[in-house]
Design a protein. Structure first.
Lengths: 432, 143
């Protein structure tokens, strides 16, 4: 069966494929990964108990804490000899979340990413400008392999050097743009500065994800670049980009590549599964991954599953654009930032529990992060140089740990508002 | 022969200096000398006061971050070359000045130079060795 047939399978056919894959996965994970076995034993569930997709709810959840506790490779199910690549994303404190891929995983990822691109109308004839960052972040390389898999031409331009990107888009005749929505807007504004108009480009479609964006932003991207802008969803714990994708026929919801990724929506308080249509925390189980499969991973993203048939004919369920988080994670210029990471840095620098606040603003189209730190007696000095070194050190360590440049501002004690004795850690002034 | 100086962290916002001086006034603390070091983002106020520990306490009670540092007070004749002679000694002895400020005492005959050196022990020995008069806290308050 080719993937076009799979995507249009009647639901019972798709669900039987999902169940077979789920059963195989649970048996394998139970037999090979001690932490999974332990959690399943504690929950009193055996692999044989999974007789239907509804039995999925019997399995324990996996969270970012599980990944941290088994850092770096503890949840891998294959020997490291079989792992051909690792990626990493932000953990909630100092340690990143590490994921691994076998050669088959890379092939599967390329195919789902390729299918996602095809949903947005990308074909072999396209020149794809991939402005997602290449590196430990899954965005750049994940998209790259998918573009090649589809047979289109990839321009691995990565992030930064905006003026050069515009020249390349014009001279190479880029037809598809992959970028975070804020970077797409940044490119649009920079085009005006260097005297390139949308009419000088061949851009047709933009594929934007990795950070929250609104319908207003979509409208702005479409207007300023003269393209159709579509939404893509993915996360490294599941695979990276290519988990879900908007097709050209709808602007409401992204088709989940359900033959590989099994979605659930659960109540964020009780963790009970919710029916289609209800809003809650998005949970994913990978059905086919080898090196790093994950069972019932709580994404902390708030969404809704849409079961209504789509005009494109795909029977794959759709997930609504992510509307929020169940935790305090921020996404700054496409990078996940947890306030606890900033706190971790400050504790390391100051040696005591710091009073701080993170302020996020959107200047033009780019997110800026400022960290306000109250100056305690322990770090105060009557020498300007010492305090300036302190701010520089905090800045460098945050950049090292999070990969985000921020401004650090020292403030007087008790300037940071405390409500009910607890400081408000994040002020997000972005209007999304 | 060290003198205690207090320092206060200041955010660059209006009224903070006024607030500090009012707190000191309300507690009958007399300021003998002061200087503000400022950057684009913050300032550091350095003060010589008659009641150091009390000043530190009342400012802290009023929510300020306060530090206490030792500095050297050198008395020189209030005439051309007074400061230059002290700095010449510092240079010869390879002492670095972290910061300094100065005031003229009531009689008008002498100037008092307040220094923070990188190596305070060495600085005191050098200044005394070169024959400069160093003042202690009580002397400064008595000026």
């Amino acid at each position: 069966m080719n993937w076009e047939e799979i995507e249009k399978l009647p639901r019972p056919g798709l669900e039987s494929i999902q169940l077979q894959r789920l059963q195989k996965l649970v048996h394998r994970v139970y037999a090979t990964v001690e932490p999974y076995k332990k959690k399943m034993d504690e929950a009193g569930v055996k692999p044989g108990d999974i007789q239907s997709l509804a039995d999925l709810r019997k399995l324990p959840f996996t969270t970012k804490d599980d990944l941290r506790d088994n850092y770096p490779f503890g949840l891998f199910t294959v020997p490291m000899d079989d792992v051909v690549r690792v990626h990493a994303s932000s953990g909630t404190t100092g340690k990143p979340t590490v994921v691994g891929y076998t050669a088959n995983d890379i092939e599967m990822w390329a195919s789902v990413m390729g299918r996602a691109l095809a949903m947005a109308g990308v074909t072999r004839g396209d020149m794809v400008h991939n402005a997602y960052g290449y590196g430990l972040f899954t965005g750049g390389l994940g998209a790259h392999y998918g573009i090649e898999h589809l047979g289109a031409t990839v321009i691995p331009v990565s992030g930064g050097n905006t003026k050069r990107q515009i020249t390349i888009m014009r001279d190479f005749g880029s037809t598809v743009l992959l970028a975070t929505p804020s970077y797409a807007l940044n490119l649009a504004d920079a085009m005006a500065d260097v005297g390139v108009s949308p009419g000088d480009l061949k851009l047709r479609v933009g594929i934007h994800g990795a950070e929250p964006w609104s319908e207003n932003m979509r409208e702005e991207v479409e207007r300023k670049l003269g393209i159709k802008a579509v939404d893509i969803y993915g996360l490294s714990e599941v695979i990276g980009p290519g988990v879900a994708m908007e097709c050209l026929e709808t602007d409401h919801g992204m088709h989940i590549l359900e033959d590989h990724f099994l979605p659930e929506i659960v109540d964020p308080d009780t963790f009970e599964p919710l029916p289609y249509g209800e809003s809650g925390e998005l949970v994913f189980t990978t059905l086919t991954k080898e090196a790093f499969p994950i069972i019932r991973y709580r994404t902390k993203d708030i969404s809704r599953l849409i079961a209504e048939p789509c005009a494109c004919g795909r029977t794959l369920v759709r997930m609504e654009k992510v509307t929020g988080r169940t935790d305090d994670m921020l996404i700054i210029r496409g990078v996940n930032v947890f306030p606890s990471q900033v706190e971790h840095v400050l504790m390391g620098v100051e040696g005591v529990e710091p009073h701080y606040q993170i302020e996020v603003n959107r200047q033009g189209n780019l997110d800026t992060m400022s960290v306000l730190v109250e100056v305690s007696e322990d770090v105060f000095s009557d020498e300007v140089r010492v305090l300036e070194n302190l701010t520089k050190k905090i800045q460098v360590e945050i950049k090292d740990l999070l990969g985000v440049t921020c401004a650090v501002k020292l403030v007087e004690p008790r300037t940071i508002q405390r409500s009910e004795g607890k400081a408000q850690r994040v002020i997000d002034n972005r209007k999304l | 022969m060290r003198v205690e100086q207090i320092s206060v962290f200041l955010e660059n916002k209006s009224g903070r200096l006024a607030e500090i001086t009012q707190v000191l006034a309300d507690n009958a603390i007399n300021i003998r000398a002061l200087t503000v070091a400022d950057t684009a983002d913050f300032g550091i106020l350095r003060l010589m006061v008659d009641k150091v520990d009390e000043a530190k306490k009342v400012l802290k009670d009023n929510g300020f971050t306060v530090g206490k540092t030792n500095v050297v007070a050198v008395e020189v004749p209030d005439q051309a070359g007074g400061l230059a002679s002290v700095l010449k000694t510092a240079e010869t002895e390879d002492l670095n000045v972290e910061y300094m400020y100065a005031f003229v005492n009531k009689s008008g005959r002498n100037a008092v130079l307040i220094f923070r050196f990188d190596d305070m022990d060495k600085a005191i020995a050098a200044m005394q060795g070169a024959g400069f008069t160093l003042l202690d806290g009580a002397q400064i308050c008595g000026l």
